[in-house]
Design a protein around this ligand. Structure first.
Ligand code: MLT
Ligand code: ZN
Length: 468
């Protein structure tokens, strides 16, 4: 059930009276700022922004919202690309900006307990201060928050080695839609005591509960690494190079992008390391702690060149060069942002990638012969980001309608391949029409049932993922 924006200021006055220390904001600039994410497709129109300082305040906000039938949109760094943090219908946005602290480090368990508003980069820094790492990583690290990472089960550039956010969450404190505070898994390594509710909350996009505390696992820093970028003559070579790299090297990333992506990122200030243009490029990061590993990398390059799978390649000789090479891949999203592209975030099994990419290429060149379609992504995880650049001057509605027509066909292809319409960005508002292509009717019915138990009044992020 969705709530209509019928709230009045009397409701906010009641909230302020119940929680005198709570910061509540209602001025137009804040409503706009906190009411949207990176999608920029919906007009923000929340009732108010609440910035709680602790879990007790979050519990009280949920109880207040329940009494007044006000919908709640949880909010972290709002770097989402699927509209999961959009508040366009008179909701109260619960921003975790002030709940951004590291609460505890446990050396024996190698965990950090943190609040949900902590930026990913600050979490990574805190782990390093204890000689360990939190390995989930992606370009939005400075702006996104761990609560949002948990909400989308964020992936990123090192999934090939370390997995998604889910693998690193040892415990969660969560406020349900009934205002109950659950303490899930409590940092245990082994716990076979029935359903693991923690994993239901991870990836639920704020629809089942509000995360108010997370205990994350840390691990040893990897050995010294190097970065190589290869230029490839053809799409089919991507997975051949992947296989060759994986056989000889210990990989921590294997990413790809096309010449079009390179053009955008270079126009945005990155340095093109190649003299000639090739249609595909790969960025790979691998352990290079000793001479044997470094030699292996050069041998892989030579082998791939002999097979005709690579045209050219560069290998980093310093941290600064590694960062410059990474910029070619990590800078793509930012370089495309001014064009407000239509984003696809799809996945298939790694083994299905060659056949799937061929179908995608046929679909996109048939449907978008004159559009700038930019391919990049985490190909080593089977995850492609195909971004369609909005042609200058084309109206928003016409552009999205045309792109959605293609997404419907894409969704059917994904269903045939057993793939997913959202690999790591989440369903949110953007992809909910296509959920049925990825999840069966029986699965969606069970998801609705679970939502009904944890959020019986449909207060939490209504309209996201599916209509409840
Ligand atoms: C990335 O991997 O850079 C982002 O997840 C993709 C995007 O901006 O589409
Ligand atoms: Zn990505």
């Amino acid at each position: 059930m969705a709530y209509l924006p019928t709230m009045t200021d009397a409701r906010l006055a009641d909230l302020a009276a119940r929680l005198p220390a709570l910061t509540l904001r209602t001025d137009a600039a804040d409503l706009e700022h906190y009411g949207r994410d990176w999608t920029r497709r919906w007009t923000p129109a929340p009732l108010a922004i609440a910035l709680p300082s602790n879990a007790d305040e979050v519990v009280a906000i949920v109880r207040w919202a329940r009494e007044h039938r006000v919908a709640i949109v949880p909010s972290g760094g709002r770097t989402g690309l699927s509209g999961g943090a959009v508040a366009a219908n008179g909701e109260i946005v619960v921003s975790f900006e002030r709940m951004n602290k590291v609460l505890a480090f446990d050396a024996a368990d190698r965990t950090l307990t943190v609040q949900p508003g902590l930026p990913l980069e600050a979490l990574q820094r805190a782990a390093r201060e204890h000689g360990l790492i939190y390995p989930v990583d992606f370009a939005a690290r400075g702006s996104c928050a761990i609560g949002g990472n948990i909400a989308t089960n964020a992936g990123g550039i090192r999934v090939i080695r370390y997995g998604n956010t889910r693998e690193w969450i040892a415990g969660l404190k969560v406020v349900t839609g009934t205002g109950e505070l659950l303490d899930l898994n409590r940092g245990l390594v082994k716990n076979s005591s029935g359903y693991d509710l923690r994993h239901l909350v991870i990836g639920s996009e704020g629809t089942l509960g509000l995360v108010v505390e997370a205990t994350v696992r840390l691990t040893d820093p990897p050995p010294a690494s190097n970065v190589m970028v290869f230029a490839l003559p053809a799409m089919d070579a991507l997975m051949q190079v992947f296989e060759a790299c994986r056989r000889r090297l210990v990989l921590s990333a294997f990413e790809f992008f096309t010449d079009r992506a390179l053009r955008h990122v270079v126009a945005h200030g990155a340095q093109d390391p190649f003299a000639q243009v090739s249609p595909f490029y790969v960025v790979t990061e691998f352990d290079a702690a000793d001479e044997a590993q470094q030699t292996a990398a050069l041998e892989v390059f030579e082998y791939c060149a002999e097979q005709g799978w690579v045209d050219d390649g560069v290998i980093s000789q310093s941290d600064a060069q590694a960062a410059a090479l990474w910029r070619l891949r990590e800078g793509i999203t930012e370089s495309l942002a001014p064009h407000r592209p239509y984003k696809n975030d799809i996945s298939v099994r790694i083994g299905a990638i060659p056949a799937f990419m061929r179908e995608m290429e046929a679909l996109f060149s048939r449907e978008y012969p004159h559009f700038d379609v930019v391919w990049f992504g985490h190909i080593g995880d089977g995850n492609l980001h195909i971004n369609v650049v909005r042609p200058a001057g084309m109206a928003d509605d016409a552009f999205v309608t045309q792109c959605e027509h293609v997404t419907a066909a894409l969704s059917d292809t994904l269903a045939r391949f057993g793939g997913s319409i959202s690999a790591e960005h989440g369903i949110g508002l953007v992809k909910k029409k296509y959920l049925e292509g990825t999840r069966s009717a029986a699965e969606i019915a069970i998801m609705r049932g679970i939502k009904g138990v944890l959020d019986p009044d449909g207060l939490l992020n209504p309209g996201k993922v599916f209509e409840s």
